[in-house]
Design a protein around this ligand. Structure first.
Ligand SMILES: Nc1nc2c(c(=O)[nH]1)N[C@@H](CN(C=O)c1ccc(C(=O)N[C@@H](CCC(=O)O)C(=O)O)cc1)CN2
Length: 297
């Protein structure tokens, strides 16, 4: 049996440390009479989405952020959903909010995200904030960043992993992870070289073998095997799938086969890696936005 070589990028412990720091910053805001408030909009009763939203409210309570919850039926019309978006845009207790994704198929996600007040967009997914991410090559402009990409960069930074000059392969071109993470990693402050692979990529195995860093965000269970990787690669397993464990129970499974730990130098596991960082970065976005509104940051 081979010995696992990879060091673990522990998202749970890192997120816990970030939450402790945010608790201090929320107390400083409270001393100035400012209480940040996060709103969530959940449409339907998908078990995963319901769990994530519940976790966001629990996190808020932990760090002292007020939370506002709007749980809506699966068959809500787009117009009625827009009405809830407008209500949170105007709600003074809500300093930022998110619309939990994915939305049901009959709702146009782009229309909903665009209707949000960009200054209250805690997920950084409003087209204005995605545009700011594109324009912000130096990383100096302050705007909310999508939580999972921000979590990946913060997880690496807090483990002193420098990506300057590294060849990074991102697998998956989704709007919440794949596309924005390339923009973050190519900022001058990170200076990585990024290749964005997707279902149309001709020779994924060749790209994987050359990558110093792999960020797997395809949502295909265990599609990346140990033998696909360059020895010593840094691997972030970000994709989430729920598969039957053989006993009728759904378990969270990442894109990377656990045996990759025998080849990689660093591995962020799934669960326990980037997921907890996504939650912590949402809190960070809410606190940063409240600080900006208070003229602190
Ligand atoms: N509006 C948004 N929708 C979605 C986002 C997002 O950032 N904004 N990301 C994902 C879901 N997500 C947060 O919303 C999320 C995913 C995973 C985790 C997490 O902590 N996962 C755990 C495992 C959880 C489990 O057992 O199910 C882990 O990785 O350890 C938190 C948040 C899609 N939608």
């Amino acid at each position: 049996m081979t010995q696992s070589t990879a060091q673990i990028l522990d998202g749970k412990a890192t997120a816990a440390a970030i939450k402790a720091e945010l608790t201090t910053r929320v107390s400083a805001l409270a001393a100035k009479g400012i209480v940040p408030g996060l709103g969530t909009i959940l449409v339907g009763s998908d078990p995963g989405s319901t769990w994530y939203v519940g976790g966001k409210h629990k996190d808020c309570a932990e760090v002292g952020i007020q939370s506002i919850r709007r749980d809506l039926p699966e068959d809500i019309s787009q117009e009625d959903l827009l009405e809830v978006v407008r209500e949170l845009n105007d709600n003074p207790e809500c300093t930022g909010y998110i619309v939990q994704l994915p939305l049901p198929k009959h709702i146009d996600q782009d229309v909903i995200l665009e209707a949000m007040d960009p200054d209250k967009d805690a997920d950084g997914l409003h087209p204005m904030n995605l545009g700011r991410l594109v324009a912000n090559v130096n990383g100096e402009m302050k705007s909310p960043l999508p939580c999972t990409p921000k979590g990946c960069v913060e997880l690496l930074r807090r483990h002193d992993i420098d990506l300057k000059g590294k060849r990074v392969l991102v697998v998956g071109r989704g709007v919440t992870i794949g596309r924005p993470i390339g923009l973050l990693l190519t900022r001058k402050e990170v200076n990585a070289t990024v290749i964005l692979a997707h279902t149309g990529t001709v020779d994924l195995p060749a790209e994987l073998k050359e990558a110093d860093v792999v960020i797997a965000a395809a949502g295909v269970p265990h599609m990346i095997k140990a033998e696909d990787l360059k020895p010593g690669a840094i691997v972030l397993d970000v994709g989430v799938s729920r598969v039957d464990d053989g006993n009728g129970k759904a378990v969270v499974t990442g894109d990377v086969d656990p045996a990759a730990a025998d080849v990689a130098a660093w591995l962020s596991p799934n669960p326990g890696g980037v997921g907890p960082m996504t939650r912590a970065m949402l809190l960070a976005n809410v606190v940063e936005s409240a600080e900006r509104q208070a003229g602190i940051a």
